[in-house]
Every structure is written in structure tokens, then in C-alpha cells.
Design a protein around this ligand. Structure first.
Ligand SMILES: NC(=O)c1ccc[n+]([C@@H]2O[C@H](COP(=O)([O-])OP(=O)(O)OC[C@H]3O[C@@H](n4cnc5c(N)ncnc54)[C@H](OP(=O)(O)O)[C@@H]3O)[C@@H](O)[C@H]2O)c1
Length: 251
């Protein structure tokens, strides 16, 4: 029997990268999973890739309160009670302070911070005692990089929410933890790049700045998320730094 047989999970931002790797591990382990994404093409690709498996793929924009409400209704209808919620939606525009417009700031916080907050509020009543939430932040959540202030603020907000939720959900028997990824080799690298040159610079920076001298594989992040979600049963309110040593050891 698989490690997650009989378990039900929601993965927001599950259509590619770290989210999709986590979805596949859950499915391989016997779980039933509802996953979301916003981009229609990516939703369709995930639906095709996961066809025939115990997966429900829903287009849902984390920045849209009506979509969050519809997500809650879909979870209630298709899964009922839930054991694991991975709040993994990512959106990051990296710009120096002088180039961050009000619109860009609002977009960043609406998707990453407000989305995580209200997704949690909507799904909490469906999470079983003994279940857990994991929130994805980023190495930025506790470490300053120039040219990332809006993204840093948004992931730090999520880290803060998770800390308070962990305390608030204690009486419900629901754990809350944070996965903080470092540079990870996903299709987007977690960033909305303005050009191919920016993408290449980010690739190089990841290799140079990370003491392990490489980007993580999304599988490594999925393993960390599921460790927090299911195995770390005496941990709540923690941040698992999966940074390849970045910000923790000298390279
Ligand atoms: N890759 C890295 O190096 C890295 C580093 C640090 C932290 N992270 C974090 O790790 C998580 C996963 O990163 P990733 O690189 O695998 O992918 P990502 O490009 O950050 O996207 C993750 C997921 O979020 C979804 N998404 C984006 N905007 C959305 C919205 N408004 N509503 C709903 N879904 C939305 C994407 O779906 P669509 O494409 O369909 O919109 C995708 O499924 C993110 O939270 C990211 O910030 C990544």
C-alpha cells in the first residue's frame, strides 16, 4: 500500500515545477489530489499529463476571491475532508525598488500573500484533525537580496501568516509549516523574467551563490514538502530551509 493511500490533498500552484512534482509523489503514494493553476495552457497540460489518475485539475486564480470560494466548493464536492494542503502558488517579479510600480506591488501581494491567506481561510474547515498545511515561501523570506524587495515582502508575509496559523490551529490538531526553497530548476525558476538574459543571469547566480553549487531538483522540494506535510508530526510553526546551504553555511 502506498504511503499516502486514502489521503486527500490540495496543491495550489500544482500545474508545473515544485507543485507538480509534489502532486505526482502524492498520486504515486495513493492519494487523491486536487490541484490548481491559473494559466489555461498549463492547466490543460497538467490535466492531460494526469489523465486517468486520482487528480482533479482546477483553473483557479489565487488573487481572485471568487475563484478561492469556487476552489473551496470544488474541494468540498470532490474530496470532502482533506489531510494536506500545500499552498504553493508562486509569483515573483524581481525589480529594484525604483522600478516597482504600485500595480506590480499589488499583484505580487495579491497572488502570493492575500491568496495564501484567504485560501487558508476557505479550506481550513475541511482539513481533518491530524492534517497539515505547508506554505511555500523562498530563501528571500529571511535573507536580503538586492532587487527583490516586493517579492521578499510578500514571502515574508506568508512566513508570518504561517507562524500565527500554527498557533491558532493547535486546538484543531492541524500542523502548519513552511518550505523555503532556494534556487530550484523548475520551468519558470519561480520568477517572471523580462528577458532571456535575465533568466540566464538567474541561472548563473543560483550556481554561484548556492554553497552546493547547483540548483535543486523539484523532486527534492517535493520530498521536503511531503516530509513537513506527513512525517514531521511533532513539528509545527517551523521553516524548512531547502537552500543548498545558502544563508546557512559558508560556500
Ligand atoms: N523555482 C525556484 O527557484 C524557487 C525559489 C524559491 C521559491 N520558489 C517558490 O516555490 C513555489 C513553486 O515554484 P516553481 O518554480 O515550481 O513555479 P512558479 O512559477 O513559482 O509557479 C508555481 C505555480 O503557481 C501557479 N500560479 C502562478 N500564479 C498563480 C495565480 N495567480 N493563481 C493560481 N496559481 C498561480 C502556477 O500556475 P500557472 O503557470 O498556471 O499560473 C504554478 O502552478 C512558488 O511558490 C515559488 O515562489 C521557487
Amino acid at each position: 500500500m502506498g504511503a499516502y493511500a486514502g489521503k486527500k490533498a490540495v496543491v495550489t500552484g500544482g500545474t508545473h515545477g515544485i507543485g507538480l512534482a509534489t502532486v505526482k509523489r502524492l498520486l504515486d503514494g495513493g492519494a487523491e489530489v486536487l490541484l490548481t493553476g491559473r494559466n489555461e495552457d498549463n492547466v490543460a497540460a497538467a490535466r492531460a499529463e494526469l489523465a486517468g489518475r486520482a487528480a482533479h485539475v482546477l483553473r483557479s486564480d489565487a488573487a481572485d476571491m471568487a475563484d478561492i470560494d469556487a476552489l473551496g466548493a470544488a474541494v468540498a464536492e470532490r474530496l470532502g475532508a482533506v489531510d494536506f494542503v500545500f499552498v504553493n502558488v508562486g509569483y515573483a517579479e524581481m525589480r529594484p525598488l525604483a522600478e516597482v510600480t504600485e500595480e506590480a506591488y499589488d499583484r505580487m501581494f495579491a497572488i502570493k500573500a492575500k491568496g495564501a491567506f484567504f485560501t487558508t481561510r476557505r479550506l481550513l474547515p475541511m482539513v481533518n484533525r491530524g492534517g497539515s498545511f505547508v506554505f511555500t515561501t523562498a530563501v528571500l523570506d529571511g535573507f536580503g537580496f538586492a532587487g527583490t524587495s516586493a517579492a521578499t515582502g510578500a514571502v515574508a508575509a506568508v512566513r508570518g501568516f504561517a507562524s500565527a496559523f500554527a498557533a491558532e490551529f493547535l486546538p484543531l490538531g492541524i500542523r502548519v509549516n513552511v518550505l523555503s526553497p532556494g534556487f530550484t530548476q523548475t520551468p519558470t525558476m519561480g520568477i517572471v523574467f523580462g528577458s532571456e538574459a535575465e533568466r540566464e543571469a538567474n541561472q548563473k547566480a543560483g550556481e554561484e551563490l548556492t554553497p552546493m553549487s547547483r540548483h535543486a531538483d523539484p523532486e527534492e522540494m517535493a520530498a521536503a514538502a511531503l516530509f513537513l506535510g506527513f512525517e514531521a508530526t511533532f513539528s509545527t510553526g517551523i521553516v524548512l530551509n531547502a537552500h543548498g546551504g545558502l544563508a546557512t553555511v559558508a560556500g
